[in-house]
Design a protein around this ligand. Structure first.
Ligand code: ADP
Length: 431
């Protein structure tokens, strides 16, 4: 959390603003104080004249009585010390911050000091020294403190305003990351719709036009794909009829097999397009019953499929045709990539961690670990399955994944090479 906060652009900008404000204040205050205290201003000249005047007022050598009168009249504390005597007149109570004062030497004999309303002047004459201490006026420190608090309040308010302003300025970045998250979910029609003419608004508008362009080209590709698939259906039917009339048995089988494969490919392409871009036709279905019905024909045909149902019905709102398509594809794969004489393929339905699952397990050739992440990509086939000459286009798992994701679920495949492959479709219970 703290790491995230520190690396945020917003925090960095705020930090830069605060640092610049503090530095600017220190620099300006430094220059101003230096000018006021060290420059030859009329005020400084009068301060020196005034100190000399006070010195004259108490006489040569300094007279304690005169000093007392001066202290009573002006409130100044006079401290005299020489080898012969030392005395002090005027105010002695209260702490005078002698060590903290900023001192400035005017000439050989005179040093002036100042800090927050406290002033001092020291005149040295041979072995003796006279110090004048000027105290702040009654209420002066309170007023100073009040001004200090007022300043802190004003600066905090200003910082608050700067904070809101930076937040507002950086808002498009939040919109942009929300939009990217939507695009990641393949929602290309999501728009940021940001008004304004600054660089960030421009970036958001560019993002919107980019997603519009992507959405347009995907729709175009999809239309083209379904169009071609659809148009291929009719000539393929004619070809199938023509192939069935071929007299040479081998040639006929070859031709009908090829046509069947092309038919399957078209089926996959059209199902993929329907799932991804068409609306799902959902209805409440008992997943247990549905999986059992899918398994039955396989059991009857080759007896290599065993169904392990969940003990209770699992009602789920799904597109039955799509789920059927996906489960069938997984069972076909399990049969295709395992030997006839090995253990049967098991199909299991169940509920786990808020998901309904349909799991198909086979004891076949398996999938190399480094290829597992690629097998749901369209047209990807592992090397060992290619060697097996099982046919197929490597598009089935892609459709299965799309079907699961269109329902808010996922497809998970685990495999141990030459031992076991487990393909599992998950559908969220709450949809
Ligand atoms: P295909 O039509 O080639 O079977 P799929 O998309 O269904 O296409 O599968 C992609 C690839 O994943 C297959 O070519 C195969 O290499 C591998 N595969 C899928 N299921 C299994 C399995 N049960 N056992 C071993 N390999 C599998």
């Amino acid at each position: 959390m703290i790491k995230k906060l520190l690396s945020s652009v917003f925090t960095k900008l705020l930090f830069i603003v605060i640092c610049s404000a503090v530095l600017l204040n220190i620099i300006l205050f430094g220059i101003f104080t230096h000018y006021v205290e060290n420059s030859e201003t009329s005020l400084n000249r009068h301060r020196v004249i005034y100190i000399r005047f006070l010195r004259d007022e108490i006489g040569y050598p300094p007279d304690m009585k005169k000093a007392e009168a001066l202290s009573a009249k002006t409130g100044v504390t006079v401290i005299y010390s020489s080898l012969k005597e030392s005395w002090i007149t005027g105010r002695t109570e209260g702490r005078f911050p002698e060590n903290k004062l900023h001192y400035r030497k005017i000439d050989e004999n005179l040093t002036l000091g100042t800090l927050h309303g406290y002033h001092s002047a020291e005149i040295t004459e041979g072995d003796s020294s006279i110090k004048f201490r000027f105290w702040p006026m009654t209420g002066e420190m309170e007023r100073l403190r009040m001004y200090g608090w007022f300043m802190i309040g004003a600066v905090s308010l200003l910082m608050g305003a700067v904070y809101m302003l930076i937040r507002h300025t950086l808002n498009p970045i939040n919109s942009l990351s929300a939009a990217i998250a939507e695009v990641k979910k393949e929602n290309y029609d999501y728009k940021i719709n940001r008004c304004g003419s600054d660089e960030l608004a421009h970036l958001c508008n560019m993002f919107d036009s980019l997603t519009s362009e992507i959405s347009r080209s995907i729709k175009y590709k999809n239309k083209l794909l379904t169009g071609i698939s659809h148009e291929l259906r009719t000539p393929l039917t004619s070809l199938r009829i023509a192939a069935e009339m071929v007299k040479d048995e081998f040639l006929r089988k070859d031709m009908t097999d090829d046509i069947k494969q092309m038919d399957t490919l078209i089926d996959y392409l059209m199902e993929g397009a329907r799932i991804k871009y068409g609306a799902l036709k959902k209805k409440y279905t008992d997943i247990n019953k549905l999986t059992g019905e899918i398994c039955n024909p396989y059991k009857e045909k080759n007896g290599r499929v065993v169904f392990v149902p969940h003990p209770y019905p699992i009602e789920l709102n799904v597109d039955t045709k799509a789920v059927e398509h996906a489960v069938r594809n997984l069972i076909d794969n399990a049969l295709k990539y395992s030997e006839e004489n090995c253990e049967p393929v098991t199909v299991e339905s169940g509920v786990m961690n808020g998901f309904t699952f349909i799991k198909v397990t086979d004891k076949g050739i398996g999938i190399p670990e480094d290829e597992l992440k690629f097998i749901t990509e369209p047209f990807y086939r592992t090397d060992i399955s290619r060697n097996k000459k099982t046919g197929g286009y490597g598009i089935g798992l892609d459709i299965c994944k799309q079907i699961a994701e269109a329902h808010g679920g996922k497809l998970e495949i685990k495999s141990v090479l030459y031992k076991e492959t487990e393909a599992c479709l998950y559908f969220p219970v709450e949809q």
